[in-house]
Design a binder for this molecule. Structure first.
Ligand SMILES: *[C@@H]1O[C@H](CO)[C@@H](O)[C@H](O)[C@H]1NC(C)=O
Length: 371
């Protein structure tokens, strides 16, 4: 990036400095709203972001193979998406958008869409092969921040990667990948790792992989959401990464619809780590194809082995008032624990019906759980 002043960036990039700060406020000398749009909007925003207290991204067309780079924003920056944000096509890892900073608020204006047009990459192989597909949105290293009201359509592959967050709320996020039901794959909505204090409320998701997957972190709540078409509300797989502890997680009052799984905890075979203090309560399942509730300690290279190991204990699990239905070819509940590696579970008021009863459950702890 060449050096350019804000004004130069505005001239080159079609950005407009809409309002300048009243000089009277010594508290915030940067009360400056910058609006970026069109094909040069992303480059201009990257060049000028540190000088703006509000960044408006109005119908930005992000060039192929580049990130809409909103990393390292000044503390207190507001980012507003307006209109349709589009992305050029290239086979690459992404991300298409990246935001980091402290006290950042990212908002989608009414009617705004971030449109990944994932069909250009979708080949049914997701991140396991075929075209290299960009991840959509890195929310990495966000502290005391908010992401509100974004609508993301047709992610090429995984959508939100939330990592290194400390106190992040995400309210009313819509992730609509319904067009990918035949060829979209690994289009996880929210992947969370190494984060503390993440609260996601009222998300509406239609995708083809986990609605939420928590690999590590603590004090994480996902509530009042609706998840359609994917793999459900997941912890894991836990183990085999640099951070392998999950604690104090709450999935509350969500709907999981026409998905492979409803509720899932999976830990990695032969690995070490811990899953403690996870609560699933008040979740409603319908049209679940594989497992209503599945808890298994046998994952290896992304697949179950059928032989659980004990290195990632699942303790302090609370499963209450989860109800709903599994299709007749699916299984209501499957619990595969190693000897002694599941303990201190509370299980009450759950009613999962319609599917088969598993005959392969093992080492179910006391506390009411049953297959
Ligand atoms: C059992 O789990 C609950 C819920 O997470 C927790 O509050 C409690 O401390 C645990 N008890 C023991 C003995 O670990």
């Amino acid at each position: 990036m060449h050096f350019s002043s804000i004004v130069a960036a505005a001239a080159i990039g079609g950005a407009a400095i809409v309002s300048a700060a009243p000089a009277a406020s010594p508290v915030d000398k940067r009360a400056t709203t910058c609006t970026f749009s069109g094909a040069n909007g992303a480059a201009s925003a990257k060049a000028s972001k540190a000088a703006c207290s509000t960044i408006v991204l109005n119908n930005v067309a992000v060039p192929a193979g580049t990130t809409l780079d909103l990393t390292g924003l000044k503390s207190g920056t507001n980012v507003i998406f307006q209109g349709t944000t589009t992305f050029g096509y290239k086979e690459w890892e992404g991300p298409l958008v990246s935001v980091s900073g402290t006290s950042i608020t990212v908002t989608g204006a009414s009617g705004s869409v971030l449109d990944g047009d994932g069909a250009r990459w979708w080949d049914g192989k997701g991140s396991n092969g075929g075209k290299t597909k960009p991840k959509f949105f890195y929310a990495h290293s966000l502290t005391t921040s908010h992401i509100n009201g974004l609508t993301i359509k047709n992610s090429p592959v995984q959508t939100f990667s939330i990592n290194g967050a400390k106190t992040l709320t995400m309210d009313k996020i819509t992730i609509d990948g319904s067009a990918g039901d035949s060829l979209g794959h690994n289009t996880d909505a929210f992947d969370i790792g190494s984060s503390t204090g993440v609260t996601i409320t009222g998300a509406v998701v239609h995708n083809q992989d986990d609605c939420v997957a928590i690999n590590s972190g603590s004090s994480i709540t996902f509530s009042g959401g609706s998840c359609t078409g994917g793999h459900g509300l997941s912890v894991g797989s836990v183990g085999g990464r640099s951070d392998n502890a999950v604690s104090d997680v709450h999935f509350l009052n969500n709907k999981v619809i026409n998905s492979d799984n409803g509720i899932r905890i999976k830990t990695v075979s032969g690995a070490t780590g811990s899953v403690s203090g996870v609560t699933y309560s008040g979740n409603t399942l319908s049209g679940i194809k594989k497992y209503g509730i599945v808890i298994e300690q046998d994952y290896e290279n992304g697949s179950p082995t059928g032989s659980p190991t004990t290195g990632v204990p699942i303790t302090g699990l609370t499963m209450t008032k989860n109800t709903g239905s599994v299709t007749s070819s699916g299984t209501d509940i499957y619990i595969l624990c190693g000897k002694g590696s599941c303990s201190n579970w509370t299980w009450s008021g759950n009613s999962i019906t319609g599917g088969k009863q598993s005959t392969k459950c093992s080492n179910i702890p006391s506390g009411g759980a049953a297959c």
